[in-house]
Ligand binder design. Structure first.
Ligand SMILES: [Zn+2]
Length: 69
């Protein structure tokens, strides 16, 4: 699942960094669990955030491929 941290605005794939297809309790980047008492830091990414995440990841992958010789 693509997740987004509202604290540090980090978008990540929970299947890669965490426990399969679930929303982790804390952000793998900043480690926050909550923004305020009742607002979790990490939530499911919106469709546009997930699209942006995949686009950036594709860019990184293609740069890595170009960097190889
Ligand atoms: Zn974070």
């Amino acid at each position: 699942m693509i997740c987004h941290c509202d604290y540090c605005h980090y978008t990540f794939d929970s299947a890669v960094s965490h426990l399969g297809d679930s929303i982790p309790e804390s952000c793998p980047d900043c480690g926050k669990t909550h923004i305020s008492a009742y607002t979790p830091a990490v939530r499911k990414a919106t469709e546009s955030e997930a699209t942006e995440y995949r686009r950036i990841r594709e860019e990184i992958l293609s740069e890595e491929r170009e960097g190889q010789w």
